[in-house]
Design a protein around this ligand. Sequence first.
Ligand code: HEM
Length: 527
Amino acid sequence: MAGLLVVIAVGFLLAAVSVVNTGLRLLHNYRLAKTIGAPIRIIPISPINPFWVLLDRRVLAFVRRLPFGDNSFTRYNWRGWEVEDRWRSHYEMGDIWVLVTPLKNWVYLNDPDAVMSVYRRGNEFTRPVFVSAVLDVFGPNISTAEGQRWKTQRRIATHCFNEANNKIVWSEAITLASDMLSYWTTKTSIRSSNEDLRTLSLHVLSRAAFGKSFKFEGADERDPASSPSGNYKQSLNTILENCVLILGLGTKVLSFPYLPRKLRGVYQAWLSFHAYMTNMYEDGKRAAAEGKATDDNNLMTLMVRASQEDPESLTESEIYGNMFAINFAGHDTTANTFTFALYFLAAHPEVQDWISEEIQSVLGDREPQDWDYRIDFPRLKRCLSVMYETMRLYTPSMIAPSYGAIHTDPRIWGKDPLAWRPSRWIKPAANQGGGDLEEYDMPPRGAFIGWSEGTRDCVGRKFSQVEFVATMAVLFRHWRVDPVVFPGETPEEARKRVVHLIETDSYAVLLLQMLHPERAPVVWRKA
Ligand code: HEM
């Protein structure tokens, strides 16, 4: 009994210390925020606190139902609120306001010039790398490194993701998308679009970044036990879903044999992905020792070469860290964008016709293996507009400053900022025919920051664009996608249901994604 009382007392004491500590930190950050002179909102829990991230939506759904449940806590204290709030907070408070949290103050900016000025002055406004610290599960990497260590990794990545590599992305995406389309068009309906698009994006990445080619396998064609990429993909998914947990508990704790099955599964995934990376690393070392791969400078070969030339420049743990970070940065981002885009397209048959018109005008009857990256990719502007428009509304990665607001502010985007309308990216006067006749209509610099800007912008921007456009060209040249019409529904109602699903089912897990895309099956038909 006495023991229990001591435990309870210690519990209370710790809780009291934590409350006082949080209060003091909030006070300190509030005073700092006041010096800026902008409107302030205060929230009691850091939105990137790993334990809070696991609970935020559930706790806030409950608090919202209470009297006085509508306040800054329920409005701002969860990951991804920016996508729901859009430009509204800025319209209430002006182009700059500050969110005070116990960890850091977040300054929200809604002016393209000011945003660009922040990005350009990278030395003064350093990127908050603590936000991406969850990616450190296998070691330090480009996303979380700073100073000289970041410079080395960035140099290697920039050297790897060049035009020669984009050409590989182009042809690999065309091959995989053609196989995916063949798979999809043999089915009466598809629930696995999201999973299949993830497979495609992972396989493109695996080939272009790590020199490993995998054939496309549809969701029900794969046996994870025997499929060479199945295990890799599954363990990567498990790790990505549980990054916060792995970092919070550490792999030592997770390796403990008597943990619940789910946690043991997470540890198994970590082991399996580590083994996969070790294999790749050993292959890379062998290739470098044999002097191979001089014309296929993939990331792996370049990292191995750099670490062999000077082990101080890139450590083994950084190689593992980067393999994982690139798998994350280059896979989930593109895959989630694909899924949003596919569902928007299914809900907008007129946009499918619009891009198909361009694809046919640019590529004619040429076989996919004859499509030329250098000549054809820049001409497929409508296809790229679909990507821009999707990322404008559903930006995969949370980016400081106010991406949610600046991407939808009616002052920049006109009267229909929340409508998904890819043609807004093409100049209206010449808006006919596709291909060379048309020009992009880009917003002012700083108004679209989906790949970020400045020295730490996305190193894989063009990589993802090439992959996206090549895939669109394959899918929509001769085929169209529709939502499956449920009993009692009209096709128009089915399309509205899909848009509603996008709007209500999107959530920032690590990145913004649809949680249940399988709830809206789709069907492919010949145009
Ligand atoms: C639709 C696809 C993509 C989107 C939306 C995207 C978005 C971004 C954003 C917003 C950042 C900056 C993150 C921050 O400031 O916190 C970033 C960084 C990065 N991205 Fe991407 N990305 C995409 C695809 C890719 C691909 C395909 C690769 C590689 C194959 C890649 C590799 C990276 C890397 C390595 C960084 C860190 C750069 C640094 O810190 O120096 N990304 N990305």
